[in-house]
Design a binder for this molecule. Structure first.
Ligand code: ZN
Length: 155
């Protein structure tokens, strides 16, 4: 019933795209740990249930581990129990979508719109009780949680 309004680009167009944050592969390797590089820059997938943010519900903002741009708010995180952090909506314009027909599946890859790093995939119509019925299934290792400072300022 829900029409798929998610705009997607083909992988070859994504490869041609220039991102606001540009780094050479060498610079990315210097900046990221080997595990981060493998997921963010090579489209790998973290093992399920091991990521540090999989079950956390701390309030805050999730930023791209590679470039630091804000991607998701903890307000849109929900307990999907799928093994990876799950969100029902990204920050406005923060991500882009790429067709992914690998592993004999039709999936939609989610990338950071600022640096082009791989983040995970988005799935729709699974019946989760969220406002969008979408599940942004994001690798924990691609994110950095900035927790909200809820303390009162010193008087
Ligand atoms: Zn990024």
């Amino acid at each position: 019933m829900t029409p798929d309004k998610t705009p997607r680009v083909a992988p070859r167009d994504a490869a041609r795209r220039s991102y606001p944050v540009q780094r050479t592969e060498e610079q990315w390797r210097d900046l990221l740990t080997p595990a981060e590089y493998q997921v963010l820059r090579q489209g790998g997938t973290e093992a399920p249930h091991v990521g540090r943010y999989t079950e956390t519900s701390q309030p805050g903002t999730y930023a791209c581990r590679a470039c630091g741009v804000e991607l998701f708010s903890s307000d849109t995180k929900f307990a999907s129990h799928c093994g990876w952090p799950s969100f029902f909506r990204p920050a406005d314009g923060a991500v882009e979508y790429v067709e992914d027909n690998s592993l004999f599946m039709r999936r939609t890859e989610v990338r950071c719109a600022s640096c082009g790093s791989h983040l995970g995939h988005v799935f729709e119509g699974e019946g989760y009780p969220t406002p969008t019925d979408q599940r942004y299934c994001i690798n924990s290792i691609c994110l950095t949680l900035d927790t909200d400072d809820r303390e009162d300022p010193p008087s």
